[in-house]
Design a protein around this ligand. Structure first.
Ligand code: B16
Ligand code: MG
Length: 224
């Protein structure tokens, strides 16, 4: 396994790691699922984490056996309505929505000279970072509109390492979604899963929540 001393960069997911927009995405999708008559489950909500907008809609429709009932234009309209629902929730965001410990962790990484890059599937990531007051930490971000494949494909985390001019082995990826952990692992980077360790069983390192995300804890986990 990679040594802690090899690590030079951190590649961050946004939703569910830096801020709890995962709950906002869920709320916004639930409204659409209700409208089209697809029953919501907690498992469906978990499966959508980290998945891009159109792929999320496809998963929801498939879950309700309705994938063939809508034209392409109707699907775009449903996804646009979901995004409008989501943007209304984002407008209310402030730095108080940053998950506990994240600002300190980002500042600590910066002061230790680690490089940072964002690897969010969300096209709304720049707006969310601005609302949180965290844009200055992420001078570099993968633009999800330029990707051929969504998570769990490794493309987004591989691109993150390239933007930092680092080898995958020099990078740690931080994720709250199973699809994201799969993406980090497939990119040959070290994965940290934040949240339910059963859902994130494939992560190299597991933390229950963001308060545990510290350099000391990461070093301890990698050394043992
Ligand atoms: P948008 P992440 C992902 O962000 C979310 O987890 C996922 O629920 C959402 O559907 C996706 O972004 C696309 O977001 O509709 O805003 O473009 O977890 O990769 O930071
Ligand atoms: Mg996420």
């Amino acid at each position: 396994m990679t040594e802690f001393e090899d690590i030079k960069g951190f590649i961050f997911d946004l939703d569910g790691v830096i801020t709890d927009t995962a709950a906002f995405h869920t709320l916004a999708w639930r409204q659409i699922a209700d409208e089209v008559g697809v029953q919501w489950t907690v498992q469906l909500g978990d499966a959508l984490k980290g998945i891009n907008r159109m792929d999320s809609l496809e998963l929801i429709l498939k879950h309700g056996n309705k994938e063939t009932l809508f034209t392409g234009a109707e699907k775009i309209s449903l996804a646009t309505r979901k995004n409008n629902n989501y943007l209304m929730l984002v407008q209310q965001m402030t730095p108080a929505n940053i998950l506990p410990g994240i600002t300190d962790f980002l500042a600590d990484l910066q002061s230790h000279g680690y490089q940072l890059v964002l690897a969010s599937a969300s096209k709304n990531a720049p707006l969310v970072l601005e609302k949180l007051g965290l844009s200055s930490f992420f001078q570099k971000a993968v633009n999800p509109a330029t990707l051929k494949h969504g998570k769990p494909n490794p493309e987004i985390f591989s691109r993150g390492a390239k933007l930092l001019n680092l080898n995958p082995a020099q990078c740690i990826g931080v994720e709250d979604a199973a699809a994201g952990i799969e993406s980090i692992n497939a990119a040959n980077e070290t994965s940290i899963g934040i949240g339910n360790p059963k859902v994130l069983a494939d992560a190299n390192i597991n933390f229950d929540d963001t308060t545990q995300l510290t350099l000391d804890n990461i070093k301890f986990s990698m050394d043992h």
